[in-house]
Design a protein around this ligand. Structure first.
Ligand SMILES: [Zn+2]
Length: 670
């Protein structure tokens, strides 16, 4: 049967408007005389069916519903992979993951060779700014390309409560505050603003009053809270740029399984629970209240937006513009390539690939699956036995997108960083991990017990008693002894309970079972440090750093271990490496300051400590070190400032021995 495209306008006026647009506009809109401002909002982990405009009457999402009423809603929108980084890379490049090569969240960097939406607009005179809600989109992963402002600063925990490091996410309210402040500073140049909010992602923990209002439905509460905050963003946008000059696009990066198909969050499977996304757009060129039933894909976002803005689409883009549908025209039948490498990389199971059309979902797995989405949108019945011809055709389409035995390589750093690291004498050869994608191995759907055990043992959303965690994970490990994720979490549990010996044995078993993950070696290193074996720790830290050259925490600890064993040149190399990976990592400057002190170069040390404090005034070691140097140099006022800053935040638990001494020194200086 031939598939045909159709759209369902919300009302008769919309039909008339669509016809009118169709009659007077060519398929590709001409370059607009006035440049359009673009606001792109990506909502992490948002299921389309949680929004009022997608038919949910139990969650209040008035602000997103308003966008849908003012513009178009794609009822059947999909992403290509249920993972944050690859999904965003497809949105920003219009390319499949096989081409942009970001294949998982965290081991891959969007390379500079790909033209992004931000780069295209920036080159054509748009002011560009991004505000992201999670550290998984930090600039080291390459998503900052083309953005003049890239705000990925996660909140710093109170140093009295927690050691150095940042939180992994920040609330939508904070992201929106920053974006609104940026909007207020804009002075008339056309702008492209990207706002990424992370709240619906696990753990589900909405703030009051959403926590109480959606009690027992924390995920829904996060969605309602996110909508409220986006409402503030949309009002600020309206004030700055009238709707006639502003294109607003809102979409999820992927959905959330919420226990459907035996999956609790996202990443393992390719069902619509996680592949289906919300996708709304409003602004010039878009008819009001249009609802499109035909499949729209994440790779279509870039060509559609550029088309609406009258800008050329970069060559090689795999998506197609959806604008014909705004003029009442059908779209050509669309096929979406889908994949997840998460099971392969994180679980050592088979990766999944497939094709989704308006009617079919084909999943290539050790036991392949085919679903008739029209008859069975919940994907409960695998009909591959009844439709061998369709499955074969769709398998051929998967082959056309991906090569047989494709090899993928994780890299934790971008090309610029890698070049800098090479300059430091590191990374002679390949330091990352390579995976061969054969589609063979353990079928993820045969490991539902492991997924459940992991969820119960690890997810804060499961609310399991602490005493059950270790038994759950041990049982999972017995069933699936090659699974790195189980080692990771079981080791964590051992560490939390002071069972260092068992943790060490577990990780050593992991190494024997062929695991070569950076975290495994850095944990072995910390356990060695705990046992006082610095030499052994150094060996493990070096392995960890080779595998993950942007793991600043390990690099810093490697530097400290070298420093404490008197190996100054090695310590300096480790701290410089850390700076190369992230020039804003304050602890590395503190380390370089300590190296300079050992080398009796006080001027250099002062420079490094000043830099550390400038980057993070809450880095107490650096405040203290800098104060000491100022004091030696006779800069009493500055020294006092540092000591006062130290005392204001130093906890008795961590600095009990030093606090009285510093108080005494301060008193002397007055
Ligand atoms: Zn995500």
């Amino acid at each position: 049967m031939r598939e045909f495209a159709w759209t369902e306008p919300a009302s008769a006026t919309v039909v008339a408007l669509a016809l009118l647009l169709g009659s007077c506009k060519p398929a590709a809109p001409p370059a607009r005389a006035r440049p359009v401002n673009l606001v792109l909002v990506t909502i992490d982990t948002l299921r389309a069916d949680r929004l009022g405009c997608y038919g949910n009457s139990h969650i209040e999402t008035p602000n997103l519903d308003r966008i849908a009423r003012q513009g178009v809603l794609f009822e059947n929108a999909v992403t290509h992979t249920p993972l944050t980084a690859p999904a965003h890379a497809s949105i920003f490049t219009g390319l499949y993951p096989t081409v942009h090569r970001v294949r998982d969240t965290g081991g891959f960097v969007l390379q500079a060779s790909h033209a992004t939406l931000a780069e295209v607009l920036h080159q054509q005179g748009w002011d560009t700014a991004a505000f992201v809600g999670s550290s998984v989109l930090k600039k080291q992963f390459g998503f900052n390309q083309g953005f003049a402002v890239y705000d990925d600063e996660m909140p710093k925990p109170d140093p009295r409560k927690m050691a150095a490091g940042d939180y992994a996410e920040r609330r939508a309210g904070e992201v929106v505050d920053r974006a609104v402040a940026w909007l207020a500073s804009q002075s008339g140049k056309p702008f492209f603003l990207w706002v990424h909010v992370f709240d619906p992602h696990s753990p589900y923990d909405p703030p009051s009053p959403f926590r109480e209002k959606y009690s027992g439905r924390a995920y829904d509460g996060e969605v309602a809270y996110t909508d409220q905050e986006l409402g503030r963003l949309f009002s600020a946008v309206d004030k700055k740029s009238p709707p006639a000059d502003t294109l607003v696009a809102v979409l999820s990066d992927h959905g959330e399984s919420l226990s459907e198909h035996g999956e609790y969050t996202h990443g393992v499977f390719l069902y619509d629970s996680t592949l289906r996304i919300a996708f709304l757009m409003a602004g010039p060129g878009i008819p009001k209240g249009l609802r499109v039933k035909q499949q729209a894909r994440a790779i279509d976002v870039l060509p559609t937006l550029l088309d609406l803005m009258g800008r050329p689409v970069p060559p090689g883009v795999q998506g197609t513009s959806l604008t014909p549908v705004f003029a009442g025209k059908p779209l050509p039948a669309s096929e979406a390539y889908i994949e997840t490498l998460y099971p392969k990389i994180n679980m050592r199971w088979a990766e999944l690939r497939g094709i989704r059309t308006d009617r079919w979902k084909y999943i290539r797995a050790p036991r392949p699956e085919l679903y008739d989405l029209r008859q069975d949108p919940a994907e409960t019945t695998n009909v591959i036995g009844n439709h061998p011809a369709e499955a074969q055709q769709l398998e051929a389409k998967v082959k056309a997108v991906s090569s047989d035995a494709e090899k993928v390589q994780t890299t934790m750093a971008d090309q610029r960083t890698l070049a800098q690291l090479k300059g430091l004498g590191y990374l002679g050869g390949s330091s990352s991990q390579e995976y061969t994608l054969t589609g063979k191995g353990i079928d993820p759907k045969d490991r539902l017990d492991v997924l459940k055990a992991l969820y119960l043992a690890v997810s804060p959303d499961a609310h399991s008693p602490a005493s059950e965690r270790v038994p759950l994970l041990r049982k999972a490990l017995a069933e699936d002894p090659g699974n790195p994720t189980i080692y990771y979490h079981l080791g964590d549990e051992y560490a939390r309970n002071g069972r260092a010996r068992e943790a060490m044995k577990l990780y050593q078993d992991g190494v024997r079972n062929g695991l070569t993950n950076a975290w495994l070696f850095s944990r072995l290193a910390y356990l060695s440090l705990q046992r006082g074996n610095k030499e052994e720790a150094i060996g493990f830290f070096e392995r960890a750093a080779q595998l993950n050259p942007s793991d600043n925490e390990s690099l810093n600890d490697l530097g400290m271990a070298y420093l404490e064993t008197g190996k100054l040149a090695d310590a300096e190399r480790a701290f410089k490496w850390s700076v190369a990976a992230d020039e804003k990592y304050s602890l590395a400057y503190n380390g370089l300051g300590l190296v300079s002190i050992e080398k009796h170069d006080l001027a250099a040390a002062r420079g490094y400590f000043e830099k550390a404090v400038q980057l993070d005034a809450g880095l107490l070691e650096a405040q203290l070190n800098l104060g000491r140097i100022y004091k030696i140099e006779g800069a009493t006022a500055k020294a006092r400032g540092c000591f006062e800053a130290f005392l204001a935040k130093a906890s008795a638990a961590e600095y009990g021995a030093i606090i009285p001494k510093i108080r005494a020194e301060l008193a002397e200086m007055k």
